[in-house]
Design a protein around this ligand. Structure first.
Ligand SMILES: *[C@@H]1O[C@H](CO)[C@@H](O)[C@H](O)[C@H]1NC(C)=O
Ligand SMILES: *[C@@H]1O[C@H](CO)[C@@H](O)[C@H](O)[C@H]1NC(C)=O
Ligand SMILES: *[C@@H]1O[C@H](CO)[C@@H](O)[C@H](O)[C@H]1NC(C)=O
Length: 506
């Protein structure tokens, strides 16, 4: 077998020499044989161009009349040399039926001395020795290019599903015996690349994760010291974002649990059959219907109001094609528990305890007193001076040794993780009790002010109405008005009038 291939190889290598000798009468130029390795499915360029010296001799541009003939020797299907592509002097192009839509020459490049043959996409049966014969004027230029194909096989084929056993293998058309296969994974720049080498050549990934996606290179080393390699992009259909996402939500607020596929399944000719959420609470499985648009790749779960009972593990299961992938999402609910249940009075000793239902262990808490001023952004006005005198500003417990009026308003407990602020919960502290009426607070002061304003406004309306009524009566009984002014003491009359007015007008 090896002998046969050696004979074949010699035949093919010697063939051009023989051809060259036959054409010795013409001024002949031939480039040395080149070997091109490409991955099956990618594009190949079989190079063939005139040297710069040749181009200078041809005064920069070649004549219009050029003929290019690309032939192929060998290959599994055709043992006879056969025409791959031919461009005649007339410019007419002929292509072998088998390779027709896949092979091309860059026509404008021909007269610049570039006769390279492009094959897109390359198939494993395209392997073989290719020869170009270019004729112009009395010149003949020939090129010999050997095309080798590397095949990367994925099982199951694209798309690879997250967590589903993946086998990757690599072979090539090289005839020598394989010594070693190495796999290189270079993810995002900056991240460490990984290398796996083995004799068998097949790389198996038990549970492919999203981090396994990206650029891979397989390298084959043969007994004759030949080393060939091919790169490919591994796409994994899984979920965006972290492997075990945790969503932090304040008790009483809404929460959105993410579930977004890394690719639109239609990009692989697949469709989403179903997506559903379940809550793994209390051992039993609670199903959530999903009415999202299934041609999308995002299936978030919206919980309008969450309580501590909603916390826990949720699972988003998406059926793509006939396969199913799922992602667990943890909902952690942040709550505030005050040490005093019911009304808080001035002077009380108060503890506000911030707690997290599902702590990952790395969270820390921070308490802030938010300025009640509605015009300013809440976070920006988090007043640190209000925290003076409070022992626990950091940590889950806020201690107020003696509640005073300045402590009223909104307290915010923020949860921080290594990646920043994760969530927050607010607690509204209102002070009630007898002290409020005796010593009006800022808030009750505001209420009193509003009440006074309302009474004053009503009074003003009545006075104006009274005045108008008086003016309306004036022209008819000017004397009577005077009499009233003189005889009747004004105060009782005013009160009397006012009472009437309030009955009728107010
Ligand atoms: C010749 O043309 C091919 C495309 O057909 C191109 O890839 C290659 O770079 C060109 N070579 C030169 C030397 O311009
Ligand atoms: C590589 O192996 C695959 C099957 O595993 C086969 O179809 C292909 O022809 C082989 N490629 C070469 C270049 O031998
Ligand atoms: C689903 O979403 C796609 C685009 O994301 C849109 O074109 C299509 O009309 C939507 N279908 C329904 C039923 O909403």
């Amino acid at each position: 077998m090896r002998l046969v291939s050696l004979v074949l190889f010699l035949t093919f290598t010697l063939l051009p020499f023989t051809a060259g000798h036959i054409q010795l009468g013409l001024s002949e130029g031939r480039s040395r044989e080149q070997k091109v390795w490409v991955r099956e499915g990618s594009s190949a360029v079989l190079p063939c161009h005139l040297s710069p010296r040749k181009m200078r001799e041809s005064s920069k541009q070649l004549p219009d009349k050029i003929s290019v003939l690309w032939k192929r020797h060998g290959g599994s299907v055709h043992q006879e040399p056969h025409v791959v592509l031919e461009v005649g002097y007339s410019g007419l192009q002929k292509t072998a039926l088998l390779m027709k839509p896949r092979v091309s020459l860059q026509e404008p490049a021909l007269r610049n001395g570039n006769f390279s043959l492009r094959i897109v996409p390359v198939r494993s049966e395209d392997v073989g020795l290719y020869e170009a014969q270019v004729k112009y004027k009395t010149e003949v230029h020939s090129c010999h290019v050997e095309l080798g194909v590397i095949t990367v096989t994925l099982f199951p084929p694209n798309p690879v599903m997250e967590n589903e056993l993946l086998l990757m293998s690599c072979n090539s058309s090289h005839q020598a015996s394989l010594v070693e296969t190495c796999w290189f994974h270079s993810e995002h720049p900056g991240r460490t690349s990984r290398t796996f080498c083995s004799l068998s050549g097949t790389l198996s990934i038990l549970h492919p994760a999203m981090s396994d996606a990206g650029s891979w290179r397989c390298q084959l080393r043969y007994s004759d010291k030949e080393i060939v390699s091919a790169t490919f992009n591994l796409q994994i259909l899984g979920f965006d974002g972290p492997t075990s996402p945790v969503v932090y939500a304040a008790a009483g607020s809404a929460a959105d649990l993410p579930c977004s596929l890394s690719y639109l399944p239609s990009a692989f000719g697949m469709s989403v059959v179903a997506a559903h959420w379940s809550h793994l609470a209390g051992g039993h499985l609670q199903d959530w219907g999903i009415s999202q648009n299934l041609s999308s790749r995002s299936f978030p779960l919206h919980l309008p109001v969450v309580g501590p009972g909603d916390a826990g593990q949720y699972r988003c299961t998406v059926s793509v094609g006939h396969r199913t992938i799922s992602r667990d999402v943890t909902l952690a609910v942040v709550t505030v528990t005050p040490s005093i249940q019911g009304p808080v009075s001035e002077g009380n000793h108060l503890l506000l305890i911030c707690s997290l239902t599902h702590s990952q262990g790395h969270e820390h808490f921070q308490w802030k007193h938010l300025d009640p001023a509605p015009t300013k952004s809440k976070l920006a006005v988090a007043t640190s001076h209000n925290l003076e005198g409070h022992s626990s500003q950091m940590g889950p417990t806020l201690e107020i040794p003696q509640v005073s009026q300045k402590d009223t308003g909104t307290w915010e407990c923020s949860v921080y993780g290594p990646e920043g602020r994760l969530g927050a919960v607010e607690y509204d502290l209102q002070i009630t009790g007898a002290q409020v009426s005796s010593a009006p607070s800022v808030l009750s002061g505001q209420i009193t002010f509003g009440l006074t304003l309302t009474i004053f406004f009503l009074l003003a309306v009545c006075v104006v109405a009274l005045a108008l009524q008086k003016r309306a009566q004036a022209p008819a009984f000017p004397a009577l008005e005077g009499m009233f002014a003189v005889n009747v003491p004004w105060k009782p009359m005013e009160e009397n009038q006012k009472g009437k007015m309030q009955q009728t007008e107010c």
